[in-house]
Design a protein around this ligand. Structure first.
Ligand code: M6R
Length: 606
């Protein structure tokens, strides 16, 4: 989604804005632009395409020179990617950058047109810029407040007023924005990595708070215009964590960071060999009280929830329902104060998941979030939060975040099972020890990526693909399929292996790749029967299973054998080859692995 940056200080502003914007590229975008005060006049430069296209344009037109400015990477929602639709928007008096959607922009636009305003872009953002201009009578905060009263939807705004050439104004609602401070310089950004090369000190801007930045620091005001004090935070990761560190892509680096991420996430939550989630108030006593558990999330995070469902239901025997957040919100779910709703999100800003959280709270359910980004909206709004400690995940394709989400679900499942007396302390400790061993097994798997590289070379020219599995393997297949399609652009479906013959098997033609995941030993023979069905129809079969399993030579064309651990925990290790297959296939197809087309890292619109 869109990225916002802003700078005021003594450095050359264009340089800072471009550097910071480049750190937000991972969010996904299709145009970029900046506005800078040059000799007290607001000047803009913007371009469709990548930041490199904007820089090329600057080389022709000359760089804007100044010490105060705002910048933006746009992920198109209203209006195609084009120079005109790129941000910043506004006029010589007021110029803004915006992340989010102004839902009532049509009404505002009609009103402003009646007042004589002329619009050049198709964006919702331009209406907010012109509305600010309409309300502005010399007092920026008063004008911002008037605008906030009128606009509906989500927004993070960076604003410059002609009369204040050494200041940036910022405000947000339901779209993230941080305000950072260095020595005699201040910044705004959508995300901490954008400013890490300059400072680690930042404030989280809350709903409808207004920030006024100049080179001496920042002042904050509440939505009534009263000054407020805020807590200054320090980023707990550095530039290195947000850089590729010698890997060809962030995705590959993040795949390799998984063992460490799991250790960092689970170690503080294990005491005397038992899971301990009391840090967030989740005692065994509390866990016993829930009649139903709902897991609500989007994309990969939802897939982690599916694994969580299987594991919780299997060992704790508590019913778990998993919903895509955008469906949960509108299906009028039946929730009571005896239910727990678990929200899962890497970014903690996904709009649908955030709204699902609010719905759950309105209905009286307890809410627990599993979130990676500290201080994000979902983390702050939920009753309890269990942070995953994966560090920044930059690649759009989520890998290490999924892995740590799984590890937290295992701890939750073991805790609930023990709390309900479904497993003994001894069994609980055994499972925890197995979980602690998973990072070692992942390290082992990562040492030999050759079979995944080989599979990628077999898939590279395919147009369609199937992933099949049963039980936990089916949940895992969904993640494998999503990973492949989002970065390789090969169409792929995941299917419950036993369901194939009820329709989908008609798609299988000679040479069509089918990736079968068979790590659940009680279901192995059943899945292999399904594999034979597709094989008999010409499929090229890749089977992912335990090393200890013997596979008939006529069952699969290629076998990826994994170290044997408890079947319950196999999703954590079996997902690694699926991630690598997707990665290498994308590389072989020459795609932009970390920034796949049309996608954004943090989906802050509904
Ligand atoms: O930040 P979130 O975890 O809430 O994001 C949810 C999905 O948008 C995300 O997992 C998406 O599916 C990934 N790009 C998939 O790799």
């Amino acid at each position: 989604m869109c990225g916002i940056v802003g700078y005021v200080g003594s450095r050359e502003c264009t340089e800072v804005l471009l550097n910071s914007l480049s750190k937000l590229e991972y969010r996904g975008y299709d145009s970029a632009g900046i506005a800078v005060f040059e000799n007290n006049v607001i000047k803009t430069q913007k371009s469709k395409g990548k930041i490199a296209d904007l820089i090329a344009k600057m080389e022709n037109e000359g760089r804007l020179e100044g010490h105060c400015g705002i910048g933006h990477t746009r992920w198109a929602t209203h209006g195609e990617p084009s120079d005109i639709n790129s941000h910043p928007h506004g006029n010589a008096n007021v110029t803004i950058v915006h992340n989010g959607i102004i839902e009532n922009y049509k009404k505002i636009k009609e009103f402003l047109e009646r007042k004589g305003y002329v619009f050049e872009s198709q964006t919702d953002t331009e209406t907010a810029a012109k509305l600010l201009d309409y309300f502005y009578e010399g007092n920026p905060i008063a004008a911002i407040q008037r605008v906030l009263d009128e606009i509906e939807g989500s927004y993070a705004l960076g604003i410059m007023f002609k009369d204040y050439p050494d200041r940036i104004y910022a405000v947000r609602k339901d779209s993230p924005l941080i305000v950072a401070v260095g020595d005699n310089e201040s910044f705004i950004a959508s995300d901490v990595p954008a400013v890490l090369q300059y400072t680690k000190k930042y404030y989280l801007l809350e709903q409808d708070e207004i920030a006024v930045l100049d080179k001496n620091g920042v002042e904050f005001y509440d939505d009534h215009g009263a000054p407020i004090k805020k807590e200054l935070l320090t980023a707990d990761f550095d530039m290195e964590a947000a850089e590729k560190g010698g890997f060809a892509h962030f995705m590959l680096k993040e795949i390799h960071e998984q063992p460490t991420a799991v250790r960092t996430t689970i170690t503080p939550r294990i005491s005397d060999g038992m899971p301990n989630l009391e840090e967030c108030g989740m005692t065994y006593e509390r866990l016993k009280n829930y009649n139903n558990i709902f897991v609500v999330a989007c994309g990969t995070a939802m897939h982690a929830g599916l694994v969580g469902k299987y594991v919780i239901e299997k060992i704790a025997r508590v019913p778990v329902t998993v919903d895509v957040a955008s469906e949960f919100r509108y299906r009028d779910p039946i929730l009571t104060d005896k239910d727990l709703v678990i929200l899962v999100s890497q970014s903690g800003e996904t709009a649908d998941t955030l709204e699902a959280l609010r719905l759950a709270k309105r209905n009286g359910a307890d809410t627990l979030s599993i979130v990676n980004v500290k201080g994000s909206s979902i983390a702050r709004d939920s009753d309890m939060v269990l942070y995953t400690h994966a560090g920044p995940e930059i690649s759009v394709a989520s890998t290490k975040a999924y892995m740590v989400q799984l590890s937290v679900f295992y701890l939750i499942a073991f805790s609930i099972a023990y709390a309900h007396g479904k497993i003994s302390m001894e069994e609980c400790k055994r499972l925890v020890a197995e979980l602690q061993n998973v990072p070692n097994v992942i390290e082992e798997i990562l040492k030999t990526p050759d079979s995944c590289q080989y599979v990628a070379s077999q898939l590279v020219n395919s147009e369609n693909l199937l992933y099949i599995g049963r039980g936990l393997d089916y949940a895992l297949s969904m993640e494998g399929s999503l990973k492949l399609k989002e970065i390789s652009y090969i169409h792929s479906e995941s299917y419950a292996a036993g369901e194939l013959k009820h329709g989908t098997i008609s798609l299988v033609t000679n040479g069509m790749p089918v990736i079968a995941v068979a790590t659940q030993r009680n279901l192995f023979d059943k899945t292999v029967s399904n594999v034979k069905e597709v094989k008999a129809r010409g499929a090229y079969v890749i089977l992912v299973t335990h090393k200890c399993k013997t596979v008939d030579s006529d069952a699969a064309d290629c076998v990826i054998s994994l170290p044997t651990i408890d079947d319950l925990l196999m999703p954590m290790t079996a997902v690694v080859p699926l991630q690598l297959i997707a990665y290498y296939t994308s590389v072989l197809r020459g795609n932009d692995v970390d920034k796949p087309r049309n996608l954004a890292k943090s989906v802050t619109v509904e």
